[in-house]
Design a protein around this ligand. Structure first.
Ligand SMILES: Cc1cc2nc3c(=O)[nH]c(=O)nc-3n(C[C@H](O)[C@H](O)[C@H](O)COP(=O)(O)OP(=O)(O)OC[C@H]3O[C@@H](n4cnc5c(N)ncnc54)[C@H](O)[C@@H]3O)c2cc1C
Length: 403
């Protein structure tokens, strides 16, 4: 598919920078959406239940998505990526997550949390070393910010980095790290000067596996069970001085800016899960009869479907708007938080309503509704909880409306 995009761009089909309407996508974006939708229907939806039940990392599918350009959508072609924009990335994550919420998480972490900060803050040597192997799906990266003692309060990081000769020596425990059992590198945040609080945090690139780096047990999770999540433990983990990402003390800024973009990815993942829950409910409403007619004829069911559709579509427009602002290099912190908040709440709502439409069949694993309900829940927690999104939105609003 990456080759298809190159051909399309040569023909001037991309049009991504001149997008002026939320109502209709440019042709290249429609292609990206359709290609990912077809792949998700064919390769992901049929096996998502098995991946979930058996906690299986979708290694083959991730390699295929790499070949399609989906593991590095925004990365320039010279570095092995698809050379597209963030709107294209959002569309890809939504469609992949519609097929499998776990695979959507793997795609999102690799694109926005691992590659994203290297692309934005890395030197050209760092980009050459740490990006191309992670564009193909052969390798995936992860992002280690949270700690057992601080998640929302990420500025209180207690993992330490001290300089010894030509090396940084890292010590501490990072918590909840998505992809980590399957990853080949991580961006780690550690404090180089505790007295400076969040301004003393720096970012580092660490290969995996690596001496001094070990992993905790895989968490047994409610949803996205095909992804690995675990503690990442650093005990005298030595890396070259050149593995610092960005200037010393800029780690908190790097983390926050990375999460701004990452939230568009999670909003897109949530949209895919929400859409899958709605699709499942509409299909069942057509097929299931009660009292002599399809339940879709009942107004009570119609109202549920309508409310789900409005929640998904409005969250989708917010998500596209946030992506378009990012692509236009305009401020998008507030819009990304709005997108994540509304899409994650839409996903939870649609997961809940979908089970209700399916009745007893919604409650068992024969149907995907219960998985969508479980997968949806994480989107309200990681990359900033819904409470933190509300704080971000209100903080931006108060700045905008200074009397
Ligand atoms: C499956 C999974 C995958 C994850 N993947 C990653 C990853 O790849 N990398 C990574 O670094 N982290 C990851 N995380 C961590 C995730 O980002 C944190 O769990 C999240 O930010 C919340 O932090 P916490 O769990 O410490 O909750 P806390 O910060 O302890 O929050 C507990 C509750 O208090 C509320 N709260 C906290 N502060 C405030 C406030 N100021 N105002 C209002 N309410 C507040 C929260 O909203 C929440 O309801 C993952 C977590 C999970 C569960």
């Amino acid at each position: 598919m990456a080759a298809l995009f190159k051909a399309g761009k040569a023909l001037g089909l991309c049009g991504c920078r001149s997008l002026s309407s939320l109502a209709e996508l440019p042709e290249m974006h429609q292609m990206m959406r359709q290609t990912c939708r077809d792949y998700a229907d064919r390769e992901l939806a049929p096996i998502a239940g098995k991946l979930d039940k058996e906690h299986l990392f979708p290694a083959r599918q991730v390699r295929e998505l790499g070949a399609m350009g989906v593991m590095a959508v925004e990365v320039p072609e010279a570095l092995g990526g698809a050379g597209m924009d963030y709107l294209a990335y959002s569309l890809a994550v939504e469609e992949i997550s519609r097929g499998c919420g776990s695979t959507g998480c793997v795609v999102s972490v690799n694109n926005s949390l691992y590659i994203g900060p290297i692309l934005k803050f890395g030197t050209s040597e760092q980009k050459d070393q740490w990006i191309p192997p992670f564009t193909t799906g052969e390798k995936v990266g992860c992002f280690a910010l949270s700690e057992p003692g601080n998640g929302s309060d990420a500025g209180a990081a207690s993992t330490l980095a001290r300089q010894e000769g030509e090396e940084w020596v890292l010590n501490g425990t990072k918590a909840w790290i998505s992809n980590c059992w399957d990853a080949s590198a991580t961006v780690v945040f550690a404090t180089t000067d505790k007295s400076l609080k969040h301004k003393g945090i720096s970012a580092f690139l660490v290969p995996m596996p690596h001496p001094g780096l070990s992993l905790g047990k895989k968490e047994d999770k409610l949803g996205i069970r095909a992804t690995s999540t675990a503690n990442l433990i650093l005990e005298d983990c030595r890396i070259p001085l050149g593995n610092m990402l960005g200037p010393r003390g800029s780690g908190f800024k790097i983390a926050m800016q990375t999460l701004d973009g990452g939230r568009i990815g999670i909003a897109s993942q949530a949209l895919g899960i929400a859409q899958a829950a709605l699709d499942c409910a509409v299909d069942y409403a057509h097929k299931r009869t009660a009292f002599g007619a399809p339940i879709g004829k009942l107004q009570a069911i119609q109202f549920k479907l309508a409310d789900m559709a409005v929640a998904v579509e409005s969250a989708r427009l917010l998500t596209w708007k946030a992506a378009m602002l990012k692509d236009a290099k305009k401020p998008f912190t507030k819009e990304a938080a709005m997108a994540k908040l509304s899409a994650s709440e839409a996903a939870t709502f649609c997961g809940h309503q979908s089970i209700q439409v399916l009745g007893g069949m919604g409650y068992v694993t024969d149907m995907p509704a219960e998985r969508h309900y479980r997968d949806a829940r994480i989107t309200e927690i990681y990359e900033g909880t819904s409470e933190i999104q509300r704080l971000v939105i209100a903080g931006q609003l108060l700045k905008e409306y200074v009397p």
